[in-house]
Design a protein around this ligand. Structure first.
Ligand code: ATP
Ligand code: MG
Length: 138
């Protein structure tokens, strides 16, 4: 069944000039681009987005990184979108990502790992609603 997921092309990937290549991988994998916008987010916005990680030791660094430069916010759609995007991204740490995964090709470290993808139905709904208004998703 067609499903939506939320993704971010993170500031490291944008800085390194990988936006086009990552979008090409996503489209080649069969995702429909429902919406895309470039944005420079604040630390506060990053903290709200990553609130589930507030107690983790890397939280402060992660939020500073996410606010360190422009990123792309994406809403993607296909059958089984959430699981398929996670597979396409590869492991959180690019050193452990499968050959061919986006993080293997384009990420430099466990923090600066090029791309975000929702990890479940409820997180996808929260994350899409956090960044996009309904009228942006038609
Ligand atoms: P994402 O949620 O961004 O798609 P993920 O689900 O693979 O990635 P999470 O465990 O949800 O990973 O962590 C969220 C983000 O926090 C990671 O993508 C990464 O940028 C950062 N992160 C996770 N673990 C670490 C760590 N040990 N050190 C530094 N940063 C980390
Ligand atoms: Mg996650």
């Amino acid at each position: 069944m067609s499903q939506r997921t939320f993704s971010i092309i993170k500031p490291d990937a944008v800085r390194n000039g990988y936006t086009g290549a990552i979008l090409a991988e996503i489209q080649k994998a069969g995702f429909r681009l429902v919406s895309i916008k470039k944005q420079s987010i604040s630390v506060k916005q990053a903290e709200g987005f990553y609130a589930v990680h507030a107690a983790r030791p890397f939280f402060k660094d992660l939020c500073a990184f996410m606010a360190s430069g422009p990123l792309y916010l994406l809403v993607l759609e296909k059958d089984n979108a959430i699981a398929d995007l996670c597979k396409l991204m590869g492991a959180t740490n690019p050193a452990n990502a499968d050959e061919g995964a986006i993080r293997k090709k384009f990420a430099g470290s466990i923090q600066e790992n090029a791309i975000h993808g929702s990890d479940g139905d409820e997180t996808a709904a929260f994350e899409i609603g956090y960044w996009f208004a309904g009228y942006e998703l038609v």
